[in-house]
Design a protein around this ligand. Structure first.
Ligand SMILES: N[C@@H](CCC(=O)N[C@@H](CS)C(=O)NCC(=O)O)C(=O)O
Length: 207
């Protein structure tokens, strides 16, 4: 059975949603990030980056174990393993790769910076707060414009690009800007994706 090393964060939910959507059996190993359990030597031996999520698949296909860290890699690995949520059409596959990258390398870091400077910084740095608030808004507008053109991020089908993007709208957006009222296409997509039973189950992990 697959082990999912995770925590109740947007990145953790991306992995649990994918496992639920694929109908795979898995066991949850939960980490308290405030207590820095993710830096325990046992976890660092598994994933030297020391961040969540990580999955450990005892059988990657030929009986050998696979350890996969990071949301983008986990989603691609499980899509390949199950043949799910990855379109056959080459142009839509290319779009999946692109939007996976946009969420992992553009949207998520914008929100990380926004969280650090608005929530964690011991003193308020107005320039940095302003910079990341604007960057988050810019990234939300990118998603809004894309979802105004097609029902899902990669085009016509629900794919792992939607799975990687959804948790941000259900968690980080509540912190900033608070609602999706200014982003109607993104809000409609989030309602559609959030209504999926697998997504709802994944958002409850760890319990
Ligand atoms: N690039 C990674 C980022 C993972 C990440 O930022 N994980 C955070 C929780 S959301 C974490 O483990 N933070 C604890 C730390 O950095 O010590 C991914 O996409 O999965």
């Amino acid at each position: 059975m697959i082990d999912l090393h995770t925590s109740a964060t947007a990145n953790g939910y991306k992995a649990s949603i994918m496992l639920e959507e694929c109908g795979l059996e898995y066991r949850v190993v939960s980490y308290d990030l405030i207590e820095r359990q993710n830096l325990d030597p046992a976890y660092l031996a598994l994933n030297p980056v020391g961040r969540i999520p990580t999955i450990v698949d005892p059988d990657s296909g030929d009986g050998r174990r696979a350890v996969v860290y990071g949301t983008q890699a986990i989603l691609q690995y499980l899509a390949e393993k199950t043949g799910r949520f990855m379109p056959a059409d080459p142009a839509e596959r290319a779009a999946v790769y692109m939007w996976l990258g946009v969420v992992a390398s553009d949207v998520a870091p914008a929100y990380s910076g926004q969280f650090v400077f608005s929530m964690l910084a011991p003193e308020r740095m107005p320039w940095a707060v302003e910079f990341y608030d604007r960057l988050v808004e810019r990234m939300l507008l990118v998603l809004e414009n894309r979802l105004g053109q097609c029902p899902y991020l990669a085009g016509r089908e629900y794919t792992i690009a939607d799975i990687i993007a959804y948790p941000v709208t259900a968690t980080s957006v509540r912190r900033y800007p608070g609602t999706l009222d200014a982003y109607p296409s993104l809000a409609a997509w989030a309602d559609r994706v959030g209504a999926r039973p697998g997504v709802q189950r994944g958002m409850r992990v760890p319990a």
